[in-house]
Design a binder for this molecule. Sequence first.
Ligand code: T4K
Length: 381
Amino acid sequence: MMGIKNNFKPLDSKVFVTQPLLPSLDSVEAQLTEIWESKWITNMGKKHNELAEKLKDVLKVKNVSLFNNGTIALLTALKALDLPYGSEVITTPFTFAATPHCISWNGLKPVFCDIEPKTMTIDADKIEALITPNTSAIVAVHVYGFPCDVYKIEKIAKKYNLKVIYDGAHVFSTEIDGKGIGEFGDITMFSFHATKLFNTIEGGCLTYNDDKLFKKIYNLRNFGIQSEELVEDIGINGKMNEVQAAVGLLNLNLYKEEQRKRALVKDYYDKNISGIKGIYVPQMPDNTTNSYQYYPIVINDDYPLSRNELYDKFKTYNVMTRKYFYPLCSDYECYKDLESSAKENLPVANEMKNKVLCLPYYGSLNQDVLSLVCGVLNEPV
Ligand code: T4K
């Protein structure tokens, strides 16, 4: 195969699944100087407000509330919708721990729904069977950047009067039919963690169309404090500080170039991997733009190695792939005894957890690494 070496040697140092997008130190220093001089370092400062305003355009959404991380943002989203205590929330087991944990921390009960095999997002056709009189919401996850079937989910939610919250930790700047993905559902959460395409070191935001939610979320994010002498809601501290916001402002200038570079990495991977027998490379639907967050591949039974064997093999070359998402959330000690966690209810998720591998995926990956990764996949034994 063109461009692929066949005498593989381990890399001199480890290559990880991702690497944070980092603005130059000089540019960070200039921002820090401004912040230090202002003597205002957190609590909805100038940088915070500037970033929130700019993100409305970037994400093509009506409202943006910034947070100190995506988990607190998701926790607050569920709280802001006033879901009845103890009610059931349908979600996916194929996600990061934060998703079901935020449901549980709100005193709600996660009910796991299976996923569909092409994009590994919640299988909208299996949601209705899980709805009971006690169901209050759906928390769906746009896994790896692949969008959920937002139109089908919207129909179900309308029919049963359910709230819809999207965990959009992986879909920064994605659009569906020209609309910002954060416009769908009642609220969408984005994560700005270091490992995300766009980062504020730690951070995140909520986006939503209902203007009435702005004040509610503003207060919940700030301990429920309405004024110096009035505390109405049981809030939390979810505020993004000025240093985080400044890094975000700098990274807003860089993320498109990073996406352009990741598109080249994706092209190379697609060309050299998609023809390999036993490997399936999931692709974005036609009506959707790509965020370029993760590059997952599916290792099927007719590939010479199992996913775990391949993961171990890559390690010997200093290529640190990741088994996102293994184990399933429904396998965790804290959720395994739920009725919806039974393996027979989640056949696709239980199959995919043993088959998916996320490859190193960031703009500065060099040709040696790309050749090695594709070479090993083409000649694993
Ligand atoms: N919902 C979903 C679907 C999510 O995926 C996440 C987060 C959330 C909600 C919650 O959002 P946040 O509260 O995090 O904003 C990582 C991230 O820590 C986590 O944010 C992310 N999902 C998850 C999918 O990936 P780990 O445990 O894999 O992180 P870690 O430290 O192993 O990092 C992965 C690789 O990235 C490392 O092997 C090397 C590289 N790395 C990492 C860091 C932190 C760097 O090169 N530099 C760094 O500073 O969870």
